[in-house]
Ligand binder design. Structure first.
Ligand SMILES: [Ca+2]
Length: 411
């Protein structure tokens, strides 16, 4: 865990200074994981040295789309000018191809056969530079969980193995030199809405490191899983997901496998269900309505996570491939990866992600790609629940809107 400086403590200021330092460092790490939802790394960097003010506006950057309307307009403009694409995108205009191969045997419990094929991956949104350009990818078929891994499923894993998640473990003193052992309190990042509207360029306004928050206590130590048995498990670090996968005989999907599956056979659509946000006048995913971050109206029925499978499945029959919780993929994150693939002018077969991770906004922090967005994605702030969009997070960091689902290779 990299040491980072932060300008303003967000935890109880009555606590000793060093404790604040610890919590802030952990919080910052957690907040970094939220960048995909919360937006601009530039903004977060800026927020370390400049206290936010109500007059500050959201910084547009490659880390967050500023809104569906703008993205929709860009998409419409492209549709009207089919030749207006970057040269490297030329082959991306081909329609997707879905393999006709049948499933290699009976479906494992809770999984669907994704036949693989060829598709155009990424997006063309000007403000999602790390997800540009469209590039051609071919995939072999694979099995995929129909839903995100639920609390009751994760509980079965824990009962069988005795596994303890990262958020439940005592923090290692060597990662926090100078901090008294008694202050090394396990916990995780929880979205805590402020009482009033706040500047959107300071994630500390709504992300808090809560001691005692973990998968068993998703909203903090006083919360529990009663009634949330079928909600997606959260506060899952990458290695937690890997441990579950090993136990289940599965693996995390690559970013390409997630996106191919999320698109459900559709061609470069804005959403996993098509181009219209509220298709048929009905919410298609668990996202955020109201005014971000202080007022969540829950118009789609859910303020936080929703039971998996609540919303209409996509073209492949998969649930919650957009919204509800972010999902880990096995790819390392680099913002230039798509450009590298597109520059080959070839179809990339079964991409596994770059061999290393680099985020220019957080040099030294290695990150894995998140996909799918969460219940905090909003038209007003960040719309990275769209299938071509990307999120990212440090592997040791979970939060109450990051979970996972798994795949299994055909052989
Ligand atoms: Ca919602």
């Amino acid at each position: 865990m990299k040491k980072k400086k932060t300008a303003k403590p967000r935890i109880d200021p009555r606590q000793p200074r060093k404790r604040n330092a610890l919590v802030n460092r952990k919080l910052l790490t957690a907040v970094i994981a939220m960048l995909a939802i919360a937006g601009s790394l530039y903004a977060i960097t800026k927020s370390r040295t400049q206290p936010a003010t109500a007059t500050e506006t959201v910084e547009a950057s490659d880390h967050c789309d500023s809104g569906i309307r703008k993205a929709r307009a860009a998409h419409a403009a492209l549709a009207n000018q089919p030749g207006n694409v970057e040269p490297a995108d030329a082959s991306a205009s081909a329609p997707p191809f879905i393999n006709s191969s049948t499933a290699p045997g009976a479906a494992p419990d809770g999984m669907l056969w994704i036949p693989g094929g060829e598709f155009s991956m990424g997006c063309e949104d000007a403000e999602m530079r790390d997800a540009r350009p469209f590039h051609r990818v071919a995939l072999d078929g694979y099995w995929m969980d129909r839903t995100e891994v639920t609390n009751e499923e994760f509980a079965r894993f824990v009962k069988a193995t005795g596994y303890v998640t990262l958020a439940e473990r005592q923090l290692n003193a060597k990662d926090f030199p100078g901090v008294p052992a008694g202050n090394l309190v396990p916990g995780s990042a929880v979205f805590v809405p402020p009482a009033n509207a706040v500047a959107l360029n300071n994630h500390y306004n709504w992300w808090r490191y809560l001691p005692g928050a973990n998968w068993r206590h998703p909203d903090g130590p006083e919360s529990d899983l009663k009634g949330k048995e079928k909600h997606p498990v959260v506060h899952i670090a990458y290695q937690d997901a890997e441990a579950y996968a090993k136990w289940a005989g599965k693996r995390l999907p690559t970013e390409a496998e997630f996106e191919f599956a999320a698109r459900g056979g559709l061609d470069r659509k804005r959403f996993v269900w098509g181009d219209e946000f509220k298709a048929g006048g009905k919410f298609q995913a668990n996202t955020f309505q109201g005014h971000f971050p202080e007022k969540n109206t829950g118009e789609d029925g859910f303020i936080g996570t929703a039971p998996v499978g609540t919303f209409t499945p996509n073209g492949f029959g998969l649930f919650d491939m957009a919204g509800n919780v972010w999902e880990w993929t096995s790819d390392w994150y680099r913002p230039d990866y798509y450009q590298t693939l597109a520059a080959t002018n070839q179809v990339t077969r079964n991409p596994q992600g770059p061999s290393d991770s680099f985020d220019p906004a957080e040099p030294g922090a290695k990150k894995r790609v998140h996909k799918g967005g969460s219940f905090l994605c909003t038209d007003e702030y960040c719309t990275r629940y769209m299938p071509g969009a990307r999120g990212k997070g440090e592997p040791d960091t979970g939060s109450n809107n990051v979970g996972f689902r798994l795949v299994r290779s055909a052989k």
